[in-house]
Design a protein around this ligand. Structure first.
Ligand SMILES: Nc1ncnc2c1ncn2[C@@H]1O[C@H](COP(=O)(O)OP(=O)(O)OP(=O)(O)O)[C@@H](O)[C@H]1O
Ligand SMILES: Nc1ncnc2c1ncn2[C@@H]1O[C@H](COP(=O)(O)OP(=O)(O)OP(=O)(O)O)[C@@H](O)[C@H]1O
Ligand SMILES: [Mg+2]
Ligand SMILES: [Mg+2]
Lengths: 252, 252
């Protein structure tokens, strides 16, 4: 049974891409066939896994527009059993081109048809927005992981995320569920951080992952080497946290 | 001569809202009549200045749709000479509603007509995207400030920002210029951070502000009190850095 997880939060810079890359790598290293789908025109997941954007033949844009299948566009990565559907800036154009197309919210879901024949997990990295690309991701997913920082704006953002999920569930994808909330860039010494963690655990209880992802220099460095932190610094705190998250995801 | 500055970077979480709030407050405290325009559906600038979203009569949405003028929607803030054009989630709807309207990219510019009669500076906080709302902001501005973190994805993002500015300059706003690049959440101990600062200063030279904004707990705490860090912790490092930035902006 293939699971499709969207890593979503319209708030920017909360660790969506970092979580998508490292969870996808964690699942692949645990023996699961995994596809990471980059649906952000910034293409950070694509660069973060070392793919050169100028040499790509087909991308998520072609799949979204229905011109190519995921089989044509996916590429292998430096991690065995992990494939990537890469993204470039062209993807920003899809939003305008699809504006008048009926069923424009279901283009990604249609483009990923039959992906269950080849993969155990599909991880979707979403852009920081409430627009058509993010809606496509939520319509294509079975469930979502919500990364959030331990900061004030993040709490406000959480209510908006829930609002968006309810809307998508009602209109496009009844089965969409919240897989879990992941606290990222945690600095255990900071009082603000501890207060936010308490507030989120009180309100969302078991829907918050036990794993807390610490802020570490190695996690921030890893993308410049085109690798997940799981291989770049495998014995470090960051890799350990993403390994623990992977185990939590496999256990649910 | 009123100056309209858009605080722009499609990369998420780089300090756009924090810079918009604190620069606007800095200019107001320096005696300039300042309007902060929140054009992000998340409405972080609105909450960050302590405005209650449920009590707002009109917002940026109404101005963008041409139904109200900025005079109707603007509200005062806790800082004298600083007014705010607040935003709520409704703004996300404007993107869909304006999709087929001719001149949809110029709605904000039209909505801010005659703002020079009442303000010396207009600061626009943009959402993390390349969509219609951000384009409206760039079309309405005289120049842009680009906040960026000292991280790997930020460098890649800078090339995309330049690409977007060139496009807007060619199609919508010939006078749009780059006012400066601002390095935020700087941790001087981190090697990655120093490397990024060197790379940016080498490539962009005098277009990079001398001021570096340090990562401080007080800056992260200030929004939960509905205040700029300039008033929340006026003698702290964060306030000092934003004061210095304000002076650089006034001097250019
Ligand atoms: N645990 C961590 N420790 C240190 N740095 C981190 C951590 N997680 C993410 N980062 C860094 O913080 C920045 C933001 O993270 P990331 O790009 O993953 O967020 P995002 O939510 O995908 O952003 P966007 O909204 O732009 O898509 C990146 O430069 C990343 O390298
Ligand atoms: N210099 C700083 N020191 C510490 N924390 C900071 C600093 N600047 C910003 N922050 C915090 O980092 C987070 C991201 O900043 P902010 O929301 O201003 O970025 P943004 O670019 O506006 O994000 P978005 O892309 O979602 O609009 C916020 O929680 C903010 O409080
Ligand atoms: Mg991302
Ligand atoms: Mg913001």
């Amino acid at each position: 049974m293939t699971r499709t997880l969207a890593i979503f939060n319209q708030k920017g810079g909360v660790g969506k891409t970092t979580t998508a890359i490292n969870l996808a790598a964690g699942l692949a290293l645990a023996g699961k066939r995994t596809l990471l789908v980059d649906v952000d025109p910034q293409g950070n997941a694509t660069t973060g896994l070392g793919a050169g954007k100028s040499t790509l033949e087909f991308t998520t844009y072609d799949v979204l527009m229905g011109e190519r299948s995921w089989r044509d566009a996916m590429i292998s990565t430096g991690v065995s059993r992990l494939h990537l559907l890469p993204a470039t800036l062209d993807l920003a154009g899809a939003v305008v081109e699809l504006a008048d197309v009926p069923g424009r919210e279901l283009c990604l879901r249609n483009g990923l048809r039959e992906v269950e024949a080849a993969f155990d997990y599909v991880i979707i990295d979403t852009p920081p927005s409430l627009g058509l690309l993010s809606i496509n991701c939520l319509a294509a997913a079975d469930c979502t992981i919500i990364p959030m920082q331990c900061e004030f704006y993040a709490l406000e953002g959480l209510a908006q995320v829930e609002h968006t999920l309810r809307l998508v569930r009602r209109q496009l994808n009844q089965n969409l569920s919240l897989f879990g909330i992941l606290l990222t860039m945690v600095d255990a010494r900071s009082r603000l951080c501890r207060d936010v963690i308490d507030a989120v655990r009180t309100q969302y209880r078991e829907r918050v992952f036990d794993t807390l992802i610490p802020r570490t220099v190695r996690i921030a460095e890893a993308p410049s080497y085109g690798e997940p932190v799981l291989t770049y610094d495998k014995r470090g705190k960051g890799a350990g946290a993403y390994q623990a998250l992977t185990q939590e995801v496999l256990a649910r």
